[in-house]
Design a protein around this ligand. Sequence first.
Ligand SMILES: C[S@@+](CC[C@H](N)C(=O)[O-])C[C@H]1O[C@@H](n2cnc3c(N)ncnc32)[C@H](O)[C@@H]1O
Length: 152
Amino acid sequence: MIRYIESFDNVVELGCHVGTSTKIISKLCQDATVYAFDNSPESVEAMDNLGIEYSNIKFKCADVRDKDMLYEFAKSHKDIDVLCIDLGGGYHPDTVFKVFFLWSSILKPRVCLLRNRGLVDFINSSQTGERIHSDNGFLSSCADDIIPKELK
Ligand SMILES: C[S@@+](CC[C@H](N)C(=O)[O-])C[C@H]1O[C@@H](n2cnc3c(N)ncnc32)[C@H](O)[C@@H]1O
């Protein structure tokens, strides 16, 4: 995060828990906003308090697999620069990948920072010779395939 987030970057953080990482992001993007999401009941009070202390933190208690919630958010937030995803070690990599694919395809961030052991293991196990490459924080070969008609 320290290497990639700049002061004017609007950041979406999926899996903020009680805001330990959100505080770091908030200081890195001090001239923009962090939109933090988590569905844990533990997050609500901690994140509401953090939102009072740090004026650039906006928290929503929600399940980030909820596509309708993502589409609603995307309609009014077309300027997201960085997407941070940390849904926890217990979460299966397939779910984390799906969340990454949906959010990054819709928001098209410059950078996506993803924390998941299973996905790193999977990537490092690949021996493909195919040259498929994305320069930004989303999969440029297929991101546009999933955008619903109303957002196109
Ligand atoms: C490892 S913790 C995040 C830690 C946090 N980023 C930090 O650095 O302190 C993972 C968080 O992801 C949240 N989470 C997992 N699945 C989720 C989902 N489907 N929707 C929203 N939050 C989810 C959990 O509630 C948990 O708080």
